[in-house]
Design a protein around this ligand. Structure first.
Ligand code: ZN
Ligand code: ZN
Ligand code: FE
Length: 760
């Protein structure tokens, strides 16, 4: 060793085990001709390197910037040490594996190296649909317990052949400690069955036969990474229609999958940002604007401006799509809103009436994980559903918190558990409206607590007394239970993402959330901290005639807003949407409103969107929550002329009055103005209105940060417009980028509120 030899100890925290990190470090050391060693520790990876200062610096730089695809570095702690005259670089055996606090990787798509091998006729894994390595493949969905080793995964049933074992044992092999490592000789395989459970074929022939059946218009149940998909040829209208009928899914869009970007570009617009989202290793479903005309059946996403599109992510997907499809419908393998099937027997039972054939395999899925859904909006990636590929990567909190379980809300439920400064949001659980989904909630809680080694001390839950998540929370045995108001949780979940402290203005806009006064909130302007909130403003209350029926039938909300704006005279309005309504029905609903029969009060902005959509004649009934609001957004044109008048009054809190806006919308609709223009004016009016009100509240309360959260912010016109308008007025604006803005992200906020309140 010369004088110019320095040595360093680098401790790397994050997802760095079981992801090829040590071989990566080994190769990096070789590249810069450095000596030393690397080992796994209880909290990550520890590296000792020594050599010329320039090379050590280059090593450190590469370590931070060029880590393997599945690695997720939280921080690197670097300390100078004295050189120890190492003669080479070694991967040393891990010390005792007690108390592992290391993080588990999510499931990700097959990597290019594995794909290359799979398509090389001379490779021993040629066309093998379960090829994987340390950089790719299943993780979270096949783990049953920790530490993450093969015997704790569903691969325990497959004994590696000598060749696979040799790869697994070789520190410089890219399959070193790849727990799901397998080949055709020793690993899982595929089989094709008919719906009577009669085997038709297996291995490569099964995939080819499946493709032929799809082309002939059949519906297939296909076992994937996080559960079953139901597949059909997306260009075949009869097949897609059949799938809708059997799955009891009338209009909700189906996701589709195409072999590559070239195929996708034939039917959808793919900008550079969308391309990044599509090709990311998590392979989410990405919302893409439709191109017209296109070869995809209109039945795939009826009356929608977008397709939800994903690229293949398992080797099996690649083999199947290579058989020549524009796109395959790949929708969750479930009936209506139940959890997706993961177990083979369960799939035959539950999907037997939907699928004509079953393409299954014998690698068990321990925890179902639906496809994630993202879009690019207002300059960033936005989650509509955060699930496969992203879970269980934690959200890093600004402080350490006690172990908490937050049970989420009801629709799009996810749960959240915390460990030190990390909050783990679960995969998508679903709408807690049926027993199977409730069972899935319990299963997920148990599973996450086990694999993350968490024993919650505090339970956080929504204020709504009838949510199944609330009942679940109340049944749990824990001393400390904390109720969190829905819109407070929304706001704090966004604050948590951005590590915000202190008081902020929270625009918490959604469809439904239980208020502290028992009303249905949803158009809330809060002044909030993590501990508590005050309601600084909200939409003025109107009755929801029929309660939940008013969510399914937006025309009821239209009647409520019309009566609010015109009194009982509304029935005489010359409004096309009104004359199309049944007069008897109108009278009944009107009476319910007047007498307040089964008509809870609501300040929901989601319902205002529904009501305006119905007044414009977009639709009177919806097939899924938010459909009318979504269609109103999609109808909006770019340029729409003047704003509508708007007004608020003050009764303790500011109350935004819907009546002036409703009257303006009615005037436009009665005058025959196109829906697209009305929609655009409505959006612009809301943006201006809430910006003005935020400025007033910001001045009064001496605040300068505005946090946007709640399902209404899935509306990208509102999200982008409000962000820009508020920033133009000198306010700092924060919105969701790590978790969904809808109720799929609310458990994070519940956990952080509970932590703050427990601390007090
Ligand atoms: Zn790979
Ligand atoms: Zn093998
Ligand atoms: Fe909500």
């Amino acid at each position: 060793m010369t004088d110019s030899c320095v040595a360093k100890r680098l401790k790397v925290n994050g997802i760095v085990q079981g992801v090829g990190f040590r071989p990566f470090v080994f190769q990096l050391a070789e590249k810069y001709n450095l000596k030393g060693e690397v080992a796994n520790t209880s909290s990550g990876v520890s590296i000792h390197i020594e050599g010329p200062p320039d090379n050590v610096a280059a090593f450190e730089r590469d370590l931070a910037e060029k880590n393997p695809p599945l690695a997720f570095i939280v921080d690197i702690n670097s300390k100078t040490e004295s050189p120890r005259n190492h003669t080479g670089f070694a991967i040393v055996k891990s010390k005792a594996r007690a108390k592992m606090t290391t993080l588990i990787s999510p499931d990700v798509s097959v990597c290019d190296d594995c794909l290359g091998e799979m398509l090389a006729p001379t490779d021993r894994r040629y066309h093998y649909p379960f090829i994987n390595c340390t950089n790719c493949g299943p993780r979270y969905t096949i783990i049953d317990d920790i530490p993450y080793d093969r015997p704790k995964t569903s691969m325990r049933h497959f004994k590696m052949c000598p060749r696979c074992q040799a790869e697994y044992d070789d520190p410089v092999n890219r399959r070193f400690h790849a727990q799901p490592n397998a080949c055709a000789d020793c690993g899982p395989h595929v089989e094709l069955y008919d719906s009577q459970k009669k085997e038709i074929s297996r291995h490569a022939q099964a995939i080819e036969a499946a493709a032929r059946l799809l082309k002939a218009g059949n519906i297939l149940a296909i076992k994937g990474l996080g559960g079953y998909h139901l597949a059909a040829d997306a260009a075949n209208t009869a097949a897609v229609k059949q799938l809708r009928r059997r799955k009891l899914r009338e209009e909700k869009p189906f996701a589709i999958m195409s072999h590559d970007l070239k195929h996708i570009r034939q039917y959808a617009r793919v900008g550079p940002e969308e391309e990044k989202l599509l090709t990311a290793i998590q392979r989410p479903i990405v919302l893409l604007e439709k191109k017209k005309p296109n070869a995809i059946s209109e039945e795939v996403a009826p009356r929608n401006r977008y397709f939800g599109v994903m690229l293949p992510y398992t080797p099996l997907h690649y083999l199947l799509l290579a058989q020549g499809f524009d796109a395959l419908v790949m929708t969750s393998g479930n009936l209506s809103e139940e959890p997706i099937a993961i177990d083979n027997d369960d799939a035959f039972n539950r999907l037997g009436d939907i699928a004509d054939y079953f393409l299954i395999h014998n690698r068990d899925i321990y925890l179902r994980s639906d496809d994630s859904i993202v879009r690019h909006a207002a300059g960033a990636k936005r989650f509509l559903r955060r699930s496969r590929g992203f879970v269980p990567i934690p959200v890093f909190l600004k402080d350490k918190v006690p172990p908490i379980l937050a049970c989420g809300a009801e629709l799009k439920n996810t749960i959240c558990v915390t460990k030190e400064d990390k909050a783990f949001l679960s995969q998508h659980i679903g709408d807690l409206e049926n027993l199977p989904t409730y069972e899935f909630l319990k299963l997920t809680v148990g599973h996450l607590e086990r694999i993350l080694d968490i024993d919650p001390e505090i339970i956080a839950y929504d204020m709504h007394p009838d949510y199944l998540s609330t009942r679940y929370a109340l049944e749990l045995a824990a001393d400390h239970k904390i109720q969190v108001q829905h819109h407070h949780a929304h706001t704090v979940s966004c604050m948590a993402e951005h590590k915000l402290e202190g008081r902020v203005i929270g625009l918490s806009f959604d469809g439904t959330g239980y208020g502290t006064d028992g009303a249905v909130w949803g158009g809330e302007i809060l002044v909030a901290s993590e501990h508590d909130f005050e309601r600084a403003g909200h939409l003025a209350y109107v009755p929801m005639p029929g309660s939940v029926a008013a969510i399914k039938e937006p025309w009821r909300m239209a009647v409520s807003y019309l009566q609010d704006a015109y009194g009982l005279n509304f029935q005489g309005l010359n409004l096309p949407a009104l004359t199309a309504m049944d007069t008897d029905n109108l009278t009944v609903i009107s009476e319910m409103i007047t007498k307040r029969i089964n008509s809870p009060l609501t300040s929901s902005l989601g319902r205002l969107f529904d009501g305006v959509a119905a007044i414009c004649g977009i639709r009177q009934r919806v097939n899924f929550e938010g459909q009318a609001a979504m269609e109103l957004e999609m109808a909006a044109v770019e340029d729409a002329g003047a704003l509508y008048e708007y007004a608020w009054d003050k009764d303790g809190a500011y109350r935004v009055l819907p009546a002036p806006i409703i009257r303006a919308v009615v005037d436009d609709a009665a005058a025959g103005r196109p829906v697209g223009e009305i929609s655009a004016r409505f959006h612009r009016t809301l943006i201006q209105l809430f910006t003005d009100l935020c400025v007033v509240i910001a001045k009064e309360q001496e605040l300068n940060r505005v946090v946007l959260s709640g399902g209404v912010f899935q509306n990208s016109i509102l999200l982008a417009g409000l962000t820009r308008a508020l920033e133009d007025r000198g306010l700092d604006v924060f919105s969701h980028q790590q978790v969904p803005t809808n109720d799929g992200g609310i458990a994070l906020g519940q956990a952080v509120v509970a932590a703050a309140q427990a601390k007090r």
